[in-house]
Ligand binder design. Structure first.
Ligand code: SF4
Length: 330
């Protein structure tokens, strides 16, 4: 093909070039497809953008089109059927230290400290836990154990258990809600005073974040890298470097973090030492993946497949969300 059609392969010196043509191995044909797809998509988006003013009255297409750039299209991390039953409430504490991304570590620590989380935190953390395979029964036990350190069981049952069952599709619209992606956590619903949800790279003061990294024993080199990407607004890249810093032995090419549950899966793969499992959009790890001597081995097997056709949480849940938040405030 003309070399301009596979510039990424040329850039990576992966193709033989002669007289302006690139000879593309069968395994790299995807590059040609991507180039054509990207050009087509870009052309169609430009056309759509020109047509937008005429669509202003259309409340069916407009919300979908304007939310397109924020939509998460990666793997579906709703409840891991293969892990359900293997994760118990008692395992969460050690898993949080080993394999949770900073956003979820923060929520876990806040809950242990305050024996409570506000609505935004419960949603973000609760759906993440569901995504790693915590069953409804175990989730109720987990939240109840912690919350009832600061309130009586009756109050918990009346005010909080509904919300947990709701996340698992047992109340309200009975939809099977999916865990939040990084994009959703970073772009929407910024935490207010007393809130603990959000992404630490996006929502924590830079000096405080740097201090926390140092306290966690992250090396100066990694801290500098993480802070550079955080200041430049590349929060998920900062998170990737955090992953590298806390999983010694990780080699390039590395994961790109786009979902807290993907972070968890990658970490579990790392500790289980399995190289064969590869997540969509994620380059397989290469080279040795030895476990750090100071870190515990994986507690879970990582052979689950994405489940299909679950409801995204964004809009469907809004009414119930507001309702729950109002109930809690009342
Ligand atoms: Fe969590 Fe994603 Fe932020 Fe990492 S980048 S801390 S996984 S929200």
């Amino acid at each position: 093909v003309p070399f301009t059609e596979v510039l990424d392969l040329v850039r990576g010196r992966k193709v033989f070039l002669s007289r302006g043509f690139a000879y593309v191995p069968k395994d790299d044909m995807i590059s040609i497809l991507i180039t054509h797809y990207r050009a087509h998509l870009s052309q169609q988006l430009a056309m759509t953008s020109r047509a937008l003013p005429q669509l202003e009255e259309d409340n069916r297409l407009l919300p979908m089109l304007s939310g397109l750039s924020k939509r998460y299209l990666g793997q579906d991390y709703s409840s891991k059927k293969s892990n359900v039953g293997k994760i118990t409430a008692e395992m969460i504490d050690s898993l949080s230290k080993q394999s949770f991304p900073p956003c979820m570590q923060n929520l876990h620590q806040s809950m242990k400290r305050d024996h409570h989380l506000k609505h935004g935190g419960r949603m973000q953390y609760g759906l993440f836990l569901k995504g790693i395979g915590l069953s409804l029964e175990e989730a109720l036990r987990f939240w109840r154990t912690e919350f009832t350190k600061a309130m009586d069981g009756d109050k918990f049952d009346k005010q909080y258990s509904y919300n947990i069952r709701h996340n698992y599709g047992k109340e309200g619209k009975r939809a099977d809600y999916t865990p939040y992606s990084c994009n959703k956590i970073i772009m929407s619903n910024a935490p207010g005073p007393g809130d603990n949800h959000g992404c630490p790279f996006r929502h924590t003061d830079a000096d405080l974040l740097a201090q926390k990294l140092r306290l966690q024993g992250i090396s100066k080199d990694f801290t500098d890298k993480i802070m550079k990407y955080t200041r430049d607004g590349h929060y998920q890249i900062a998170c990737k470097y955090y992953f590298d810093a806390t999983h010694s032995g990780v080699e390039e090419p590395d994961v790109n973090i786009n979902h807290p549950n993907q972070y968890f899966d990658e970490s579990q793969h790392f500790y289980s030492g399995k190289k064969e499992a590869k997540l969509p959009n994620t380059p397989a790890r290469t080279g040795s993946q030895r476990s750090s001597q100071n870190t515990p081995r994986s507690q879970l097997s990582q052979n689950s497949q994405p489940t299909s056709q679950n409801t995204t949480v964004d809009d469907d849940m809004m009414d119930d969300d507001l309702c729950m938040a109002a109930m809690e405030t009342a």
